[in-house]
Design a protein around this ligand. Sequence first.
Ligand SMILES: Nc1ncnc2c1ncn2[C@@H]1O[C@H](COP(=O)(O)OP(=O)(O)OP(=O)(O)O)[C@@H](O)[C@H]1O
Length: 523
Amino acid sequence: MDSSNKSKNLVKNECVQVVVRCRPMSKKELENNSKSFSGKERSTNEIIGNEFKQVVDVYPNRGVIEIQNPSDINRENPKMFTYDAVYDHRSTQQDIYDEVVRPLVSSVLEGFNCCVFAYGQTGTGKTFTMEGVRTNENLKGIIPRAFEQIWFHINRAENTNFLVTASYMEIYMEELRDLLKPNSKSLELRERENVGVFVPNLHSVLCKNVDEMLNVMNQGNKNRTVGKTNMNEHSSRSHAIFMIKIEMCDLETNKVKVGKLNLIDLAGSERQSKTGATAERLKEASKINRALSSLGNVISALAENSPHIPYRDSKLTRLLQDSLGGNSKTIMIANIGPSEYNYNETLTTLRYAHRAKTIQNKPVKNEDSQDAKLKEYQDEIARLKMMITERQKREKTLPRRKRTKKTKVLENSFDVAKSDESDGLEEVYDSDDEKECDNNLLLLADAETREAVQREKEVTQQLAQKLKELEGQFVRGGRNILDTYSERQMELEKRLEEIAERKVGSLNRKYAVDTCEYINFLV
Ligand SMILES: Nc1ncnc2c1ncn2[C@@H]1O[C@H](COP(=O)(O)OP(=O)(O)OP(=O)(O)O)[C@@H](O)[C@H]1O
């Protein structure tokens, strides 16, 4: 990208947006909470008695979370934190998506790099928030909802070609694994100027609709490392990263934009005394905690404007390099639990989340991106079309004989694959007369020339086939305007986006006031 483009595309600094979601009391917590002080002895892995009291209060209208220190007997001085948005146990998956994530995915579709990551203690609802419950429409999480928004947009974007790919990987025990190719060897991270950190050889799947993306997600989830601990029946033992790349070409201007979306479900921090982890689970926990502590260090260093940011301390922080302090628009969802039993972990999460709010990114629109595959394909398509046209012209200049009954048989042997999307080819074969001319070429006087022409035609046919395959990679926008949503729903989506933007704007104003309170709290 030249420097004039760079300055044109440079958006002003933008802070990482931080939202906190407090999950409801779990069944176990509610059951135990109903018991008063039982006086029972506490065993290492058993959670009992009064420790399930709720210590977290959520004020969605003010973007505030209060947490009460259980050792403060009078319970007079709760600690207070303000975020871009906060969600309590009543919040729905739809609320979070519409108010927080929808505007971000709109930015992806404008050509920005964007990232959503869920952070928090084990069992606080990160996977629930990101992936949700597959079998329940209302409980599906951010990832499947993002698929719907993306394809909703594509199905309406006229005059645009799209090339959409998805990849899915996990960081397990500090190793990068391709969740779509579970038997392949572990992946490496590389860094290149103008590209940033990337993963060579990561498998990516071409997607043409929501269902194909859901298949990628489900396929990857089958291969994700999950285990049981005392804190969570299905605890994620790895950090999972779902990556979507959307290349878009405006067919009027021929300009290409590239939007990238990283959807990250981190493994949760955990304490052995609570999870009861032993053997393999314990080894995993130590790697998980180490990577999360390096993430904490990166957040702190960025918040303090430190000259050295320790991105290289773990694979997770290297991967998040662009999302934290880089060129991406980023949302951190900090998940917490409400009970006293998790007070220390919850406070730690709230503190890190608050620090992350000060991290400044410089989002840049990826316009005229040189590494776009779509650009490469389009150039190749133009080249193929030109070659085919030239060949056709050349063939027409060869001497012909008049068509006879006998030669009609030959017509069936020649049928260049004709794509309805291939404008160039339509030009070449747009009338029966021309096709007849082509067939007549086979009737040239001597066998040698006939053979040469036949060979020529085969080459042209191969080129046409290649052209068809390349064009088959794209999705032409604006083809399915009435497939899944009505016009009324489109309007509703627009309104929701406006509401979300207004909400974030008013919370930002509130933040200025609350920062003073936070500084007081720190001193
Ligand atoms: N907002 C919520 N509403 C209802 N149930 C929730 C909510 N958040 C979490 N849960 C439930 O809590 C349990 C733990 O959630 P989940 O597995 O998403 O936690 P996690 O943070 O991903 O844990 P880990 O780090 O161990 O993978 C699940 O049974 C989940 O359904």
